[in-house]
Write a protein that binds this ligand. Sequence first.
Ligand code: VG1
Ligand code: CO
Length: 586
Amino acid sequence: LKPEIVKTSPIAGQQPGTSGLRKKTKEFMSPNYLENFVQSAYDSIKENGTDLSEGSLLIGGDGRYYNSEAIQIIIKMGVANGVKRFWVGENGLMSTPAVSATIRERGPMWQKAYGSFILTASHNPGGPDEDFGIKYNCENGGPAPDELTDAIYAKTTTIKSYKICKDFPTIDLSKPGITTVKAEDGSSEVSVEVISSTESHVELLKTIFDFAAIKALLDRPDFNMIYDCMYGVNGPYAKEIFVKELGQSEDVCMNATPKDDFNGGHADPNLTYAKELVEIMGLNRKGEAIDTGDRKIPSFGAAADGDGDRNMILGTKFFVSPSDSLAIIAANANKIPFFKAQGGLKAVARSMPTSGAVDRVAEDLNFDLFETPTGWKYFGNLMDSKAIYKGTDYTPFICGEESFGTGSDHVREKDGIWAVLAWLQILAVENSDPSKPLVTVEDIVKNHWKKYGRNYYCRWDFEGVDKTAAESMVDMMRGKFSQYTGKVIDGYEISTADDFTYLDPVDRSLAKNKGIRFLMSDGSRIIFRLSGTAGSGATIRMYIEAFEPEKIDAVASDALSGLVRVALDICDMKGFIGTEEPTVIT
Ligand code: VG1
Ligand code: CO
């Protein structure tokens, strides 16, 4: 257990983005790349007041190429840095929400995890020529806050050496069990436990939902579902819940064996990349119904991303936009035992670019409402603060993002399978009388729109564009805010043009430059951001939203075409990027 000190020098560009550090796998595998980041993380965590030798350090990943090798390096470096107890997901696998659940739920007090390294680049493609990623989550189960990721980054710019125990044995991750290694002089002991990837998370989910009611729904002859795990880490969780716990056939789980390159696909649950599922559900990539003859279409379809924290919800020939999904789950929270038992939902939060559909629910049902910058880390503070809601000291909380992320305060990450179960729970309650015709996903969404109006919404992504051009485009708009304010373009009056700033109501920290906003006087919005998860190059995201109180039956792309034109002109997409054709529309 003797640590070796290895000389190194700083490597540029190790700044974590929206959710950890993501780069090409080859870059991660190049000499000292992973080691520099991990050493900087261990040092920062220590400086942040965590004693690495107390409790446990959890490690898991989404199973992408280089996952297992990276885990062995993190263990060997951890031993050298004083970690005494490791928990590692079986086969190195653990979904992002399961990591969060395991940190929070597993073990007696003295063993509890103080944090976790998660090896994931989420929805980015995997494999030797694609992306790899790493992030650190803290004791509350949530992503490291900006303060910690900034400290890690600062250390990567000055690092001179790292510590590693090269002679620590390589752990067999394929079998659950404990490996204990004693120092030669008997002075210390390190243990590595390979733990079930699914147990803590599945046990937690069973306390949140009424599994018997969901099973009754799934057993109805007129109801059938399909869940596309997209060859990501979610497969084992889906099988555990739908096959083992809920007694459904294996066919319910599609593409449910994790592969280190996600079978060459893009494990991103949206209309473009979850192509196979979208077709099965009778839709095209715009979310419109297609002619399927007399082929039977499932009643419910869902998909997950590489690390299992995202979800897409589909009904028969019907797409549920993530912003609507968030609003609908919040409006129906009392059908979910977890919220009901705590006296009902009290607060909701959405990221700034997410549509305002949930705002209307919050207003109607008297929930506190928060608007945060993009990324899950901002929700954590709100959930952990004990006194934000009108004096009560506990906050049953639901939050979400337009990027197919939904979750609650049962963990501190978005949780794909939670969202799927939330929808099934709502459907189960709506369909509790088996003699009545099935209330469908489409019925639920349309009834919601009838009551609250509809926030038409779309996001256009321009992926892999030139970084300098993208940055100049954003700078150009930033420089013209005052000229835009009050201007009328194509009938839309711009009431505010600014760059979103977030003042955290809990710790008063300020997050700046979180998205260019053009807010129209009729409530419509145009927003631009540069992605913080792109492994290389730049991705421009353009978000468009318009509210309609009564006209709820239009096709979203038609309802938004005018506003899209205004947006493309304001940013001069053609001039900066050379095209107005996005790579993905969601
Ligand atoms: C994207 C999404 C954001 C999400 C983040 C991490 O970030 O827009 O809403 O929280 O990915 O999700 P960005 O900076 O590229 O827009 V995941 O499933 O990739 O961990
Ligand atoms: Co993800």
